[in-house]
Design a protein around this ligand. Structure first.
Ligand code: DX5
Ligand code: ZN
Length: 222
């Protein structure tokens, strides 16, 4: 099963609730919410207030991607705001184990994101605790960037390690995902596909999601 996670970074922020409804009606499973602090990444987006405001408007699983330094400071606020999956960057804190335990203690699914240049091996001793690993396929900070194919072997290696330890942790990819790159990511082992521009730039998000699902299932049959 492959799950699609439209990223609201590419949505029209003047009418977010309607945009979320548009992708929910189109058949998405997750809503990917990008939180940027202007330090960890050179951009600013939104905080827990926006997540809280959107929560009553959607039944989608809220997949909150924290691109912020010292994410421990904000974990409980995003939990209260209604996140289902909460993902912190491995590069943003020296205390990944503690951050993961904080997320899980609040009853949320815990994820760790890795930038393109970061090896997965740094997660070896926490992998058994994780619900999701987010493999960045662009450098985080902006939507609409080109997919970095050099990251694909990392997905393959991580998938093999998860199988070895019999973990059900999901592998998510984020950045430059469209019907072509999605296929390569799923063949490498990804199960959750984040897509911003490819979904929201399309006047018919259902068509965009369908195209991605089709490409992925053709890849699975090959
Ligand atoms: C980038 C964000 C992504 C972004 C993806 O820092 O983490 O979630 O929205 O956008 P596209 O799909 O347009 O590359
Ligand atoms: Zn993201």
């Amino acid at each position: 099963m492959v799950y699609l996670a439209p990223s609201i970074l590419a949505a029209d922020f003047s009418c977010l609730a309607a945009e979320v409804k548009r992708v929910e009606d189109a058949g998405a499973e997750f809503l990917h919410i990008d939180v940027m602090d202007g330090h960890f990444v050179p951009n600013l987006t939104l905080g827990p207030l926006v997540v809280k405001a959107l929560r009553p408007h959607s039944r989608l699983k809220f997949d909150v991607h924290l691109m912020i330094e010292e994410p421990e400071r904000y974990i409980s606020l995003f939990a209260q705001a209604g996140a289902d999956y909460l993902t912190v960057h491995g590069e943003a804190t020296p205390h990944i184990h503690r951050a993961v335990q904080m997320i899980k203690s609040l009853g949320l699914k815990a994820g760790v994101a890795l930038n393109p240049a970061t090896p997965w091996e740094g997660l070896r001793y926490v992998l058994g605790d994780l619900d999701l690993v987010l493999i960045m396929t662009v450098n985080p900070g902006f939507g609409g960037q080109a997919f970095i194919p050099g990251v694909l072997p990392k997905i393959v290696e991580l998938k093999a390690e998860l199988a070895r330890i019999k973990s059900r942790c999901l592998i998510e990819v984020d950045g430059g995902i469209n019907s072509e790159t999605a296929k390569a990511c799923v063949q490498a082992g990804a199960q959750v596909l984040v897509a911003g521009a490819a979904v929201f730039a399309n006047p018919e998000p259902a068509q965009a999601l369908k195209r991605i699902r089709q490409a992925v299932s053709e890849g699975e049959l090959e």
